[in-house]
Design a protein around this ligand. Structure first.
Ligand SMILES: NC(=O)c1ccc[n+]([C@@H]2O[C@H](COP(=O)([O-])OP(=O)(O)OC[C@H]3O[C@@H](n4cnc5c(N)ncnc54)[C@H](OP(=O)(O)O)[C@@H]3O)[C@@H](O)[C@H]2O)c1
Length: 252
């Protein structure tokens, strides 16, 4: 099989996942665009194919363990049929939710949803795909700069991202003997639909957050996507178990 291999990106329908799926396809990866809505996955595949790339849609709700097991069971035959491939080279666990609320408004339901998507879904997907990862595969888990610095009303979200980082270090040791590298990237404020699109659409907030970064602005999705591409490249082959912040230097 030619090219750098097969990459799966979760939450590929929009935002950072969408940009990452497109960026990996541009670099020659065959991309599995995993999305909660079948339409969003197919739309991402269409864009990649229109640009001359190769892609496959995967319908996946990472909050639902059955969706993960059924999705992965169907994925391997689909990869074999489309690309005559049997292993996965890159897994980007990007899908995530942020339930922002001050302490007195935090609910058990919000906590459970945040951890079901951001932590449990990520873990179960790695578990389901681990037997099918190539030796030397790369996993990138998407954390947040909020696991390092604090902001009001973000306790549950920040805790879920800190959990991702701890989990990534542990799994880097477990899967290291197969040459599999696992790292987290921690984006700073980036202009997407996240948090109601505030970092993209609220000029005052953008300005304020930009002032908190060394480079003086909020990030763009392509800047996170390019960092993911760099992290999975051979030049980073000796890097595993790390957390790399991609934030323009937020709150240094
Ligand atoms: N933007 C930022 O400032 C920022 C900063 C730090 C970290 N992050 C992290 O970056 C990642 C991507 O965020 P974003 O900025 O691209 O936000 P976004 O535009 O809100 O996108 C979130 C993505 O996650 C997917 N998703 C949510 N719940 C899911 C589920 N149960 N199953 C499958 N997919 C699910 C969404 O799918 P649907 O389209 O179906 O909802 C969407 O594709 C998240 O992990 C987020 O925590 C973002």
């Amino acid at each position: 099989m030619g090219g750098p291999g097969i990459a799966i990106v979760t939450g590929a329908g929009r935002g950072l996942g969408h940009a990452t799926a497109l960026a990996l396809a541009e670099r020659g990866y065959r991309v599995v665009a995993a999305a909660r809505s079948a339409e969003a996955g197919e739309a991402a595949v269409g864009l990649i194919e229109d640009a001359g790339g190769e892609a496959l849609a995967l319908h996946l709700d990472v909050s639902d363990p059955r969706s993960i097991s059924e999705g992965c069971a169907g994925l391997l035959p689909a990869i074999a049929e489309k690309w005559a491939g049997s292993t996965i080279d890159v897994l980007v666990n990007n899908a995530g939710v942020g339930q922002f609320a001050p302490l007195h408004e935090v609910s058990a339901a919000d906590f459970d949803l945040t951890f079901a998507v951001n932590v449990r879904g990520l873990l179960l997907l790695i578990q389901a795909l681990a037997p099918h990862l190539s030796d030397g595969a790369r996993i990138v888990n998407v954390s947040s700069s909020l696991s390092r610095h604090v902001s009001p009303a973000t306790a549950v979200y920040a805790a879920s991202k800190a959990a991702i980082e701890a989990l990534s270090r542990s799994l880097a040791v477990e899967l290291g003997p197969r040459g599999i590298r696992i790292n987290t990237i921690a984006p700073g404020p980036t202009a997407t639909d996240f948090n109601g699109g505030a970092m993209r659409d609220d000029a005052e907030l953008r300005h304020g957050l930009g002032q908190q970064t060394a480079l003086g602005r909020v990030g763009e999705p392509s800047e996170i996507a390019d960092a993911v591409v760099a992290l999975v490249s051979p030049g980073m082959r000796w890097v595993t178990g790390e957390r790399i912040e991609v934030s323009g230097g937020v709150l240094l």
